[in-house]
Design a protein around this ligand. Structure first.
Ligand SMILES: [Fe+2]
Length: 132
């Protein structure tokens, strides 16, 4: 897994806050936790600056992270079909929001989805690997 550099974020962030938030949701898999930290950073960036450039950056980073996470499960022999569907669904939802429906807060959707996904579904994925 290769992380895009933090410098690609188009706005300045409070990195201490990002760090504190991501520490709350550590899974104990450093390569995944690092990418989740950057996803939190992108979500916070989107909340502060809901511009197309930030949305596109978040979607690009999320797509890359999801592929890495799915590959992480794949090489460990874990079935991740349902997990992959969850990843695909949030990308479709966020893309649809920016294609038209401005009544929904994309930053809140992305943030709330991420917190739930890491804490429930990613945690279960990691537990499946550890139990295998
Ligand atoms: Fe995931």
């Amino acid at each position: 897994m290769v992380l895009p550099p933090a410098g690609i974020l188009p706005i300045d962030l409070d990195w201490d806050a990002v760090e504190k938030l991501s520490r709350t949701y550590l899974l104990g898999v450093p390569e995944i936790d690092q990418q989740h930290r950057m996803l939190f950073a992108w979500c916070i960036a989107l909340r502060r600056s809901p511009e197309l450039q930030v949305v596109e950056g978040l979607l690009a980073y999320a797509a890359r992270h999801f592929a890495d996470e799915e590959n992480w499960a794949y090489v460990r022999g874990i079935n991740f079909d349902r997990h992959q569907q969850l990843h695909d669904d949030i990308i479709v939802q966020l893309e649809a929001l920016y294609a038209g429906d401005s009544s929904v807060d994309a930053a809140a959707l992305a943030y709330n989805w991420l917190v739930h996904h890491i804490d429930v579904e990613d945690r279960a994925l990691v537990a499946s690997v550890r139990a295998s």
